[in-house]
Design a protein. Sequence first.
Length: 434
Amino acid sequence: MKRFKLPLAFAIAAVLAGPALAADPATIDWKGVPAKTLTLFYPAQSTYQWLNSSEHPGAQMVKTGGACVTCHKDAEEKLGNKLVKANKLEPTPVDGKNGSVQVNVQIAYDNENAYFRTQWKTRNNYPGEAYPFLRFDGKEWKPYGNQKLAAAIRKGEQPGIYEDRFAIMIDDGAVPNFATQGCWLTCHNGERDAPKQPTTAEVQANPLYQAIKKNDVRKYLPSTRTDALASWDKGRSLDEINKIKAEGGFLDLIQWRAHRSNPVGMADDGYVLEFRNFDAGKNPFSSNMDPKSKQPKFMYDEKKTGKKALALDDIRKMPTALVRGQNEAPFDPNAGWKEGDLVPQYIVSREDAAGSAADNKNVKGVWKDGMWTVVWVRPLNLANPDDKALKEGKAYNFGFAVHDENMTSRGHQVSFPVTVGFGAKATIEATKLK
Ligand code: HEC
């Protein structure tokens, strides 16, 4: 028995000395954490501008900050089933897409972290871990495959390929109307796959988009626009936007990605303000395209994967992510490339991720028997200016989204806003771990 003495003494000393040890998510007894089932639904093109227009019978109440659930309580499944098929809000329906998905949510915390465990059934009998590729056409490497709302995929010219994702939006009360209207505040005409999408040239000619050096319109908050309809092209000045940010008037948007973060046990970390931004620092994923040579930077390591590139047939049969230090080799332009060879568009790396963009370092999704189970560790009390710090004693407004069945942009299922409390009254009250 003697040999156990020293480690035990160390363990006791560690517990007495420092802050409480954070729970290892693998050892959390999730049976002791109550589960809440949320129904997420397909929103089609129900943008902020549509919701506030005379076409939406609820517009008057939406304008004064009224809650969606005042009129649409428990209607998620019905709304989703209608909106996913061809209708006035869905000009490009995707065959076989489900209108709603049930997500099982469990939330716990200790003195250091919040822990989220979420589960949902995928539409397909495979995990959506693949992402569009770079394809060699005999001369050049070009993007290949895309999400199912994209024109080339709808026309059947290329296969529908996109990574599954689970996204969490967090408001601490500083974003007007998020508590009542949730992620619909961020969804606007002009965004990708939304009505009235501007051309790239139009976006590039806009002062705000010039200032932030972006070529397309993505999620933004109404507070960052000057007109009552919060139009994409009526941006405030960067000074005004920075002031809103300093006052906390932004949303956290953190996303687990089956291809671009899960292989390295991470999620990304972003925020929504004038654009859907990533936090300062570096993401766990970066482009695999060398802009100078117009060739990939990396290929698969033949010694480890048995091939330098994949063929279309390989997808869905094996993991496809190119992971730094695991299965990658520097690209060899003279390796005898043939038409149809595929290498990933992104390189995924835990080591390269840095700064506030790398806060979600312990997020693991496992797909089994048609279901993803994602366990997510989010540190409490983050002090970065682009994070919403989760704190004990406080409640927050959350929005959840699932991207499934090879779709991105608006082709996801979303929740109405829900409150989450950490030692505070809320719809979902996180369980404090002992
Ligand atoms: C004052 C009540 C009211 C409020 C508040 C309200 N709506 Fe509606 N909404 C309606 C009515 C009524 C319809 C017409 C269809 C129906 O009866 O469900 C409708 C239709 C819709 C539709 C189209 C569905 C269809 O059947 O064509 C969507 C999507 C929608 N609302 C989303 C929202 C969202 C998101 C919010 C919150 C930002 C919201 N609504 C707030 C009353 C409301």
